[in-house]
Design a protein around this ligand. Structure first.
Ligand SMILES: NC(=O)C1=CN([C@@H]2O[C@H](COP(=O)(O)OP(=O)(O)OC[C@H]3O[C@@H](n4cnc5c(N)ncnc54)[C@H](O)[C@@H]3O)[C@@H](O)[C@H]2O)C=CC1
Ligand SMILES: O=C(O)C(=O)COP(=O)(O)O
Length: 399
């Protein structure tokens, strides 16, 4: 593939979190990586909260090395024509392994048992005897034969569900928006239910793997807890805001929820009984950090250099193989006659189109046009100005 960035025009990428070196290496030759950059062309991040950030006009794209994008003001980015990428599935195995680890460890009272054992340190030669006498406090439950409810059967949820089947669990899954790929990948032993109430009624353990949305916010509240089996264990490796903390505190106190295992502790959570707080470690494995950084960097580089889009939240997947021809990209509203208006304007300048692609995603669409001629005149300010005057065009770019 040809690249459009020349060394003399190095663009800047601003990392907002520590990004694996393997990812940054992909950008090293063509870009300046600068954490202090004021006007970057691209931003790379993990969980950094961007909601209060203002964006400069030359910001082209934001790449989230990870899955959740609730830390990014996606709607504002869309209005400003900034592409927002994430890395679907790149950290899913890491999260799945931690979910299953903590599911089994919590079920066997391992965390409480270890904490109790550590406190025996001053008892010298009595320790082995105390251990044998005290272990009856930590009798656990085996997960085999129990029912696991998985809410959200995406990259993480589907993996958890399939492996839980292998561990001998009965698995019930709920996901009204499951993708065709995920449905194909799901073990036939996973029982899919059409209502979350059905899942709540049968699950001994519940694990949630949905994004944080208006629909999922505070979904775990008193009403939901009332529908669950007593002493259910809830695992939350998705986002803290999915849980109503006050209701959870009460449900734990009353034994309605037996344990709350969460990757998202806050002050209220840490004050609750029977909580297993984890410092957001779901995606924190070497492999996952590398996978996410590499995928995010590749997608960002490809978009900046060719305009092609892979895995953006707010732009449609769009690919026109880059041949080195002069290229125009237009992000616009998904309304009739946008492409007609753009091509009409180009024809007024006698610009012959060599190739073109147009894709839509919800309210927006994205058009890539390659020209027959390579003349710099194509990029004339006059054309840019006229394109901007077409109602519904959000952002144009010549490459
Ligand atoms: N603890 C950690 O370090 C990590 C946490 N996450 C969190 O996990 C979430 C899921 O990640 P992935 O599985 O990679 O995403 P994904 O996009 O592959 O899967 C999400 C699934 O949730 C489903 N869903 C959406 N709304 C739903 C609803 N109301 N009820 C039931 N299902 C619903 C979707 O249809 C989709 O299948 C992320 O959005 C993020 O918040 C992701 C990675 C790491
Ligand atoms: O990918 C996600 O959604 C995560 O929550 C992982 O966050 P992190 O990259 O570990 O800060």
């Amino acid at each position: 593939m040809k690249t459009a960035i020349l060394d003399s025009h190095k663009q800047t990428i601003k990392p907002l979190n520590a990004i694996s070196k393997k990812g940054l290496k992909i950008l090293a030759d063509n870009y300046v990586i600068n954490e202090q950059a004021e006007e970057p062309a691209g931003i790379l991040l993990r969980s950094f909260n961007m909601h209060d950030m203002k964006f400069k006009a030359n910001l082209l794209a934001i790449a989230r090395a990870g899955a959740g994008v609730n830390n990014i003001p996606v709607e504002r980015c869309t209005e400003e024509g900034i592409a927002v990428f994430n890395t679907p599935g790149a950290n899913a195995n890491a999260v799945k392994e931690l979910v299953l680890t903590t599911l089994m460890a919590a079920s066997r009272q391992l965390f409480d048992g270890i904490a109790w054992t550590r406190r025996l340190v001053s008892y010298g030669e009595n320790i082995p005897g105390l251990v044998e006498a005290g272990k009856k406090q930590f009798i656990g439950k085996e997960i085999s034969g129990k029912t696991l409810g998985v809410i959200g059967l995406g990259a993480i949820g589907a993996r958890v569900a399939n492996d839980a089947v292998e561990l001998g669990m009965n698995v019930v899954g709920f996901d009204p928006f499951i993708s065709i790929d995920m449905a194909w990948n799901l073990s036939r032993s996973v029982k899919r239910v059409l209502s979350i109430e059905e899942l709540y009624a049968s699950a001994d353990y519940i694990t949630v793997h949905t994004p944080l949305t208006d629909q999922t916010k505070a979904m775990f509240n008193q009403t939901a807890f009332n529908l669950m089996k007593k002493d259910v264990y809830l695992l939350n490796f998705s986002r803290g805001e999915l849980v109503n903390d006050q209701d959870m505190g009460r449900a734990l106190d009353h034994g309605q929820v037996g344990k709350y295992i969460t990757d998202f502790p806050n002050e209220a959570v840490l004050k609750m009984n029977n909580v297993i707080p984890i410092p957001h470690l779901g995606a924190s494995s070497k492999e996952s950090e590398e996978n996410c950084a590499i995928m995010a960097a590749r997608q960002l580089k490809d978009y900046i250099e060719t305009g092609n889009v892979t895995n953006a939240i707010n732009f449609p997947n769009t690919n026109l193989p880059y041949t080195g021809r002069k290229r125009l990209t237009v992000f616009h509203l998904n309304v009739p006659n946008m492409v007609g208006q753009i091509t009409k304007l180009l024809s007024e300048y006698q610009l012959n189109i060599a190739d073109m692609v147009n894709r839509g995603k919800q309210d927006h669409a994205y058009t890539i046009i390659d020209f027959e001629t390579n003349s710099e005149q194509i990029m004339s300010e006059k054309i840019v100005k006229q394109l901007k005057q077409i109602e519904g065009i959000v952002k144009t770019r010549f490459i």
